[in-house]
Design a protein around this ligand. Structure first.
Ligand code: SF4
Length: 326
């Protein structure tokens, strides 16, 4: 029987070499761009890579991670900081954009590098809170009673070890006006081994309600181990939601989006958001015309029960909340 990996071992085994990518997926050999790689390096977990058809250069999972020359084309509407997060970066490691919640960029790395990530150019090196920075963040939250929810983001906050997460949730739970801690993570679908008893302990032995928000764009990203990990979370009273993005070449057809919602639900995950693409430099080839997004969303509404239709939203810098698109 194959020995199960720990999440740390799975993380260590992530593929970062383009040569190794080409040996695993021969279809990419002619497509890899080293220029795109130097702008945002390639990285993916072995679990994710194993789901790619090695002979299909248009595989929707492959396109999400493949550094391609097309990323280097200039598009005036696309910029390094499309959500203008620098305007809301109140302290190193803290973004306060919407009134009732703040976001902590806890960790600057991920187990997968998504080519459309709106933080692909984010200055993580200036935004590592560290121990002293976290104290300043707690102080900031204490001084803002309107904040009732903390979002841990990144990077991938679940790359922090359990002791760090435990101490963070404990410290946050002492701030009386906080109600919830929300964790945005792609580890749950790329390295589900991360859902350990110690993590569950950190997320449940706190007065705060814990929510995990996964990020999945195609039903083939999901598998039985992910379903089992999410079941453990749900059994422990942790809400599990998903946010996805309309992505050309990845999920730009109604069958895929409907199958994604159905598969998420069978894995104990509720569809939460379906974002329009954030216009980050290097991602224009994923952009889908608005009318196409609208047609797809209408079909989803027609064919899915309401609880499986994610909210279609767009982030617009300066707005006080995400903008509903449909
Ligand atoms: S922050 Fe999330 S979307 Fe961005 S590269 Fe990391 S896992 Fe992908």
């Amino acid at each position: 029987m194959k020995k199960k990996l720990s999440w740390q071992q799975a993380l260590q085994q992530c593929v970062t070499s383009l040569d190794e990518l080409a040996s695993l997926i021969p279809a990419v050999t002619q497509l890899i761009s080293t220029a795109a790689q130097s702008s945002f390096p390639f990285k993916a977990s072995r679990r994710y890579l194993a789901k790619i058809n090695p002979h299909d250069a248009t595989d929707p999972l492959l396109l999400q991670i493949l550094p391609q020359a097309i990323e280097m084309q200039h598009h005036s509407a696309f910029s390094p900081d499309p959500l203008q997060e620098h305007r809301y970066n109140s302290l190193p490691g803290l973004i306060h954009k919407y009134a009732s919640r703040v976001l902590i960029t806890l960790v600057g790395s991920c187990a997968i590098h998504c080519r459309y990530c709106f933080r692909r150019h984010f200055a993580y090196e200036d935004n590592r809170p560290g121990t002293q920075g976290l104290e300043a963040i707690y102080e900031y939250i204490r001084a803002h009673p309107e904040v009732n929810e903390v979002i841990l983001s990144g990077g991938d906050p679940l790359l922090a070890n359990d002791a760090v997460l435990q101490s963070l949730t404990q410290a946050l739970s002492k701030i009386p006006h906080l109600k919830r801690v929300r964790i945005h993570t792609r580890l749950i679908t790329t390295i589900p081994e991360r859902i350990t008893p110690e993590l569950i302990h950190a997320l449940t032995h706190t007065r705060l309600k814990s929510i995990l928000v996964a990020h999945c764009n195609h039903p083939r990203e999901l598998d039985d181990d992910i379903a089992a990990a999410c079941n453990t979370l749900v059994q422990n009273n942790i809400t599990v939601l998903n946010q996805g993005i309309f992505l050309a070449g990845v999920n730009d057809n109604a069958e895929t989006l409907i199958a994604l919602s159905e598969k998420l639900f069978s894995c104990h995950i509720l569809p939460y958001y379906l974002h329009s693409l954030d216009a980050v430099t290097g991602s224009a080839h994923f952009d889908l015309p608005l009318e196409r997004q609208r047609a797809l969303y209408t079909t989803m509404q027609e064919q899915l029960p309401g609880f499986l239709v994610p909210k279609w939203v767009k982030e617009v810098p300066g707005e006080k909340h995400k903008v509903r698109m449909g």
